[in-house]
Structures are given as structure tokens and as C-alpha cells.
Design a protein around this ligand. Sequence first.
Ligand SMILES: Cc1cc2nc3c(=O)[nH]c(=O)nc-3n(C[C@H](O)[C@H](O)[C@H](O)COP(=O)(O)OP(=O)(O)OC[C@H]3O[C@@H](n4cnc5c(N)ncnc54)[C@H](O)[C@@H]3O)c2cc1C
Ligand code: FES
Length: 281
Amino acid sequence: MHRIVRKEMVAPNTAMFHVEAPWIARKAKPGQFIIVRLDEMGERIPLSLSGWDPVAGTLRLIVQAVGYTTMKMVALNEGDFILDVAGPLGAHTHLPPEGTLVVIGGGYGAGAVLPNAHEAKSGGRRVLGIIGARTKELVLMEQEMRAICDETFITTDDGSYGITGVVTDALKIILDREKVGAILAVGPVPMMRAVSDMTKPMAIPTLVSLNAIMVDGTGMCGGCRVVVGGETKFACFDGPDFDGHVVDYDLLVRRQKMYKPQEAQALEHACKIDQQVRALR
Ligand SMILES: Cc1cc2nc3c(=O)[nH]c(=O)nc-3n(C[C@H](O)[C@H](O)[C@H](O)COP(=O)(O)OP(=O)(O)OC[C@H]3O[C@@H](n4cnc5c(N)ncnc54)[C@H](O)[C@@H]3O)c2cc1C
Ligand code: FES
């Protein structure tokens, strides 16, 4: 059992948790993730590590409520417990070692890129950050990104904050003015694909974190199969970070949609239970 020692709502439907898991906090590396199961009947969901504290023995997670389990998790509070936390899973991100690093985060990705930004900055590297969101209130982890990075750009689709536009608009500003050694992008697939499309002709090494559907997280079940450079890989074991220029994004999107009917059913079931509980109050 893993106690939630701190919870803060950081945007609508998005919570930041600090969760006790001392042995994972001692071993975690940037780019790795965990799989949580909230209770005995719960599904296993992968969550990126947005930070950890080996002394306090805690992990920091940013969770966006998009479906049944993430909604259930965002409803948990300080002092509540999570049944299982498995990890650290996945590989330490293998970034090219030199040159300016640009980290790009959309949604929970803004938290997920922070450990890599921190590691690169501590190693003496120039680090630039880009956070993209639909609107101002959805911008995540701005203060921490600004504290780590030499310069931080915010983009909002509706222009309510920062640059009006998407993350590639900010990336273009950077690429027009300076040489970049590597890019790490974590966020929705269309965002990672657009970043990769922009940097491919310039041959700038670009890593993306593949959010494939995962089950066991150990490379055994095959649930997270992705195709990268024509080869089959397991996102949970070989990744989740891969060369964005050679990812088969169409296949990734098709596989992500595989469980849509079951996901809809789970949500409908949850809504019905909610309604019944409200009726009893
Ligand atoms: C390596 C990895 C790290 C992740 N890190 C985080 C994180 O730090 N914070 C966070 O909030 N989410 C993260 N995700 C996504 C998260 O695991 C899914 O949002 C979650 O599994 C959805 O479960 P659900 O039951 O709430 O929704 P479901 O009802 O199962 O799904 C709802 C919708 O969410 C989307 N979805 C489902 N599974 C995934 C998935 N694996 N990846 C992306 N979208 C999905 C689909 O569009 C789906 O229709 C990560 C995913 C991966 C693979
Ligand atoms: S989740 Fe099972 S092989 Fe990756």
C-alpha cells in the first residue's frame, strides 16, 4: 500500500500527487515510469515520473483525468492509499550527450520532461523548455520549467497566455535563431508527430515518449507493441522514448483505439454507479 502524502489540483481535472514508494524513489531515472493499480479490481495504468525524492521516499506524479481509472485517481486525497505501484519501468532516456536540449511538454508531458531537463541542466547543458496547452488554465509546471531551463516558452492554442499557437510555433522561433543538439517531446501523439515532422528535414535528434496501451510493463505481454524504424519494439521495455523520426505513428494511433468500446463501457458503468450513490445521499 502506498500513501498519498500530498495532493494538489494543478489544472482542471489534473492533479499532482506525491506518493510513498521508497525503493522506486531510490532507483528512478529520467524517462522512466511506473504502473499503478488503485485497488484489487483496478486496471493497471502507466504514469510517468515527473520527479522523485530519494530521502523522503516519494514519487511525484501528474495525473490527467481522461477515463475511468484516471478519474478515480484524481478523486483520491492526501492520506488515501494506492494498492500497487510497480517500477521503475522503462529505460533511462538516451539523449545525445552534447548541444542545447529542447524539452517540449503537452498535458502531463510537461511534468514528464522535467527529470530529463533537470539531469541535462545539472550536467552543465543549455536547456530550453516549451509547454503547450489549449488555454492558460491548462498550462502545467510552468514555474518549475522556468526554474530549470535557460529559457521557457509557453504556447496556448487560444492565445490566452504566451505565444498564440502550438509548440512547433515556439520550436520554430528557437530553430530559426540557434543550433539545437537534441529534442525531447512528451505529449499527445499529434504533438509528438508534428515536432518530429519539423525536425526530421534538419536531422535534429528527436526523442518522443510513446504512450502505447500497456498491461504488464515488463516486455512480456506484447500489449505495447510499436514499430520504430521498421522494427517491432515494446514501448514499456525498449522505451518509452524512441527516435521520433522513424516511429510508425499511424499504427500507434490504431492500437491506442483498440479498447475504445471497453473504455466507453467502463466510463458508463462508473457514471451509473455515481448517479446511484448521489441518489442515495
Ligand atoms: C509510458 C506512459 C506514461 C504515461 N504517463 C502519464 C502521466 O504521467 N499522467 C497521465 O495522466 N497519463 C499518463 N499516461 C496515460 C495514462 O496511462 C492513460 O491516460 C490512462 O491509462 C487512461 O486510463 P483510464 O482508465 O483513465 O482511461 P481509459 O478509459 O482507459 O482511456 C481513456 C482515453 O485515454 C486515452 N488513453 C488510454 N490509454 C492511454 C495510454 N496508455 N496513453 C495515452 N492515452 C491513453 C485514450 O484516448 C482513451 O480513449 C501515460 C501512458 C504511458 C504509456
Ligand atoms: S506492456 Fe506488456 S509488453 Fe509492454
